[in-house]
Design a protein around this ligand. Structure first.
Ligand code: DAK
Length: 275
């Protein structure tokens, strides 16, 4: 007798997932979860891992089910940095620059995702690992997690956006403290400094809960709000306010704006379509 699944048709829009070796991708209740799965190397970002991260951001961007994306790591590290053995092999200025630009591009893929992103920092987030978390919109750290930019101790500087994203997030003075000492900052201090948004016993559970609060909102409004903050941070205030006004104007053309405001007036929950 044929098994009932033999006749099941695969929907035309089913996503074809690349074969990931260094990460796991799953979607549950509209939340994408990307888990780095190289715990023996503390999830260090070797070139192949960076390639897979770039690929998974495309999968997330193309998946209409996804409303929020969470990144986390297996084992005792979120990500312990770029792969130090690979960096050791970078022998001249051109190769080093290309390497840095390549890593920055991957972080930019994460930063420019239309859906909100959360780093669930379960353990060490060092060097490129912290830089990856800084490319996310929000960060939740587990009690006991350690964050830092230890590159100067390796004769390097942060090269995946750390010298730029960290000062933009917490100010140049506080960023200098981390960048020049290379020290490991405990989760609680990272919260005080404004590097992380929450500290929890279970970073992943707290990140999923945060994702739950975010995903109730209009996806199109979330994308426009992200764009306003991101583009506005890079320009003088008058220009930034114009960007906000332009994006506010765009929000006014959406179904979700009609529906959200109408639902409020009718004292009911909105049904957003993300358009
Ligand atoms: N790369 C490669 N392997 C790593 C690694 C890393 N970043 N971090 C850890 N591992 C490996 C260890 O070598 C060890 O491998 P085995 O010996 O077992 O083969 C395994 O992971 C477990 O690590 P440990 O035995 O060291 O574990 P512990 O609990 O004793 O220590 C630790 C945990 C996180 C304190 C320690 O592993 C550590 O300090 N790791 C290095 C952290 C670090 O320095 N991260 C920053 C990496 S530099 C640039 C572009 C990008 C970057 C810089 C420049 N340009 C092109 C300009 C970015 C740089 C970085 O991210």
């Amino acid at each position: 007798m044929a098994h009932e699944h033999d006749h099941e048709e695969v929907p035309a829009f089913a996503l074809e997932l690349p074969d990931f070796e260094y990460l796991r991708y799953e979607v549950k209740d509209n939340v994408a979860l990307v888990t780095f799965t190289r715990p023996k190397a503390l999830n260090a970002l070797a070139a192949d891992v960076l390639t897979e991260i770039a690929e998974v951001t495309e999968v997330i961007a193309d998946d209409p089910e996804v409303k929020v994306a969470v990144f986390t790591g297996e084992g005792k590290a979120f990500v312990a940095g770029a792969d130090i053995a690979e960096i050791n092999a970078l022998k001249d200025v051109f190769v080093g620059r290309e390497y840095s630009l390549g890593g920055q591009e991957v972080m930019n893929h994460i930063a420019s995702l239309p859906v909100p992103t959360i780093a669930a920092i379960n353990g060490y987030a060092l060097g490129g690992g912290l830089e990856l978390a800084l490319a996310c919109d929000l960060r939740v750290a587990a009690r006991g997690a350690k964050l830092g930019l230890p590159e100067v101790g390796l004769g390097l500087i942060p090269g995946f956006g750390g010298t730029q994203r960290l000062p933009r997030l917490i100010g140049a003075g506080r960023a200098m403290d981390l960048i020049l000492t290379g020290r490991h900052v405990p989760a609680e201090e990272a919260l005080q400094l404004g590097i992380v948004n929450r500290v929890a016993d279970d970073a992943l559970a707290a990140a999923i809960e945060l994702a739950g609060q975010i995903k109730k909102n209009s996806p199109v409004a979330l994308a426009l709000a992200k764009e306003a903050v991101a583009r506005g941070s890079d320009v003088p205030l008058p220009e930034a306010l114009e960007i906000e006004a332009d994006l506010f104007g765009m929000a006014c053309t959406t179904h979700d704006m009609r529906e959200g405001t109408k639902a409020f007036l009718e004292k009911r929950a909105p049904e957003f379509k993300g358009e």
